[in-house]
Design a protein around this ligand. Sequence first.
Ligand SMILES: Nc1ncnc2c1ncn2[C@@H]1O[C@H](COP(=O)(O)OP(=O)(O)OP(=O)(O)O)[C@@H](O)[C@H]1O
Ligand SMILES: [Mg+2]
Length: 466
Amino acid sequence: MNPQTAERLAIWLDGTHVADLLRDPRASHKPYGLQYTEAITDTLDTGALCLSASLPVSRRLLVSKPKGGANRTGPVDHWVAALLPEGDALAIMENNAGLARGDTFGFLRRFGHDCAGAVAFLPPGETPDTRSLPAAEQVDLAEAINQLPYYPIAGYEHDDGLSLGGFQAKLLLTLDTTPEAFPNTATENPEPPVDPSADNRRWIKPRLNAPSTHICKPDPVEGTTVGLVISEAVAMHALRHAGIDAAQTDLLDIEGRPVLLATRFDRETDGTAITRLHQESFCQAVGVAPTDRFQRFGGPTYAQLAELLLSHGLDPDTEQQALLAQVTATVAVGNTDAHGCNYGLLLRDGSARLTPAYDVANTTAFLPRRAEGHRIAIFPDDKDRLLYVGRKSLIAEASRWGLPTKVASAVVEQTIAGVLDGIADAANHYSKWIDSADPTRRTNAEQAVEQMNSHATRLAATSETP
Ligand SMILES: Nc1ncnc2c1ncn2[C@@H]1O[C@H](COP(=O)(O)OP(=O)(O)OP(=O)(O)O)[C@@H](O)[C@H]1O
Ligand SMILES: [Mg+2]
């Protein structure tokens, strides 16, 4: 790729122009290149952590190496691809913007102003401050959710460029924290109001310099996953109850449909300004395509994530224990979907921390029954089915990372006990939501809670001796 003739898109990291994404105008789409700016190469050492563990700071142009044949992609392409939604949402947004399928560069130019983590993509010459922005506009939540099938992620036609990974339908919002938005209450409501209609938060459309602060996931209206967001709300509550650092989630009732509301852990606000904190997924950190997120398709292993925490973590021991707690909890609730895009790293000042847990739900209740048990996304101690994973496998997996058996055993014990207790607390907390749901949703949500209990109970009963 010739940097002189390449098309460029500036990559901003929380207000600093840190790199350019380059595309060869003669090549169809990929591979892309990434060039750190002098602002970065003059201040950070070569090899330092900035945008991604898979893209260490370098003065050289980082180009994904074509591997030959049809596979012409590599870390830069995988890293940017992970910022885009998947499935229907991606296809609809590409279509709305008149983009060719798979034109990641074009997609980010159009929609990459607010992504996972602190990155924002802008045309060369523009800065976050010079873009003229319309005044904050309030969002009608019900209307935006109804518009999601046509305008994914934004929920309205003329969005300001929002992108987020994942298959499920979702909406990005910014919590209005101006005093007028809270006539009666002072702060954000961390847990679901007992009466859903009592929720009086006001929402505004995210803008480049008023980044989204929350993610809404409406429950599917039909199909096999109706009730999945209730399962997620219950599981996330159970994890928090067990003392695991997990994203704050809440359920909203929008015209009778449960909507999961997650507070973004990659945003920080002091009441007036919102700051983006950088994060990347485990797939991005190891340079694996988001499509390869499952270990059985060549995706990352837990040992690799543990290794990243060891080499980049400020306190690797604590980070690895947090990872073990997340892995144990995900097995305990019967989550088969804890793949490489559902674990992440928070990157700050050249070091990494595990992100809070997110996207954790019981999934087995939504899958066909399998005599040989359900496959899991990443294999603890090489066990590829949920039912094969016992306390022994979790402790053995952590020993491979270098955690002493005694420490690992204590984390596993404490997590299982906490999650079991947490499921009961969560089921009670969400009983009104489950009992008043439509018949299919209610049945599925009840089964999800039942399955969580049975997986956690089974895990607690397994032998501990490695
Ligand atoms: N609370 C949160 N704070 C910050 N980022 C989040 C949070 N929850 C999710 N994300 C980011 O958004 C992405 C999509 O969210 P999520 O995984 O919940 O969606 P999904 O569509 O259910 O995913 P999947 O494709 O795994 O089913 C995540 O991969 C992560 O990068
Ligand atoms: Mg996910």
